[in-house]
Design a binder for this molecule. Structure first.
Ligand code: SF4
Length: 67
């Protein structure tokens, strides 16, 4: 699984960081960034989907053929 943030949609709520701090971090500009180039280890798949579901701006994309 891989995740990315559409930066033009991100409003900096940080819901994603709260849902999955292992996968998202707040950048110096106050907006979210993905860690580790967006690669999601299998053990963090649920957190990735939780963050995706909690982004009010629909700014998170999840690439996963199995989803
Ligand atoms: S929840 Fe969505 S809009 Fe808010 S910081 Fe995270 S990616 Fe950006």
């Amino acid at each position: 699984m891989k995740i990315r943030i559409e930066s033009e949609r991100c409003k900096g709520h940080q819901n994603c960081v709260r849902a999955a701090p292992e996968l998202f971090v707040v950048g110096e500009d106050g907006f979210a960034q993905v860690r580790e180039c967006g690669d999601v280890p299998p053990a963090l798949k649920e957190q990735a989907l939780l963050a995706w579901a909690n982004c009010p701006e629909f700014a998170i994309e999840v690439e996963d053929a199995e989803r």
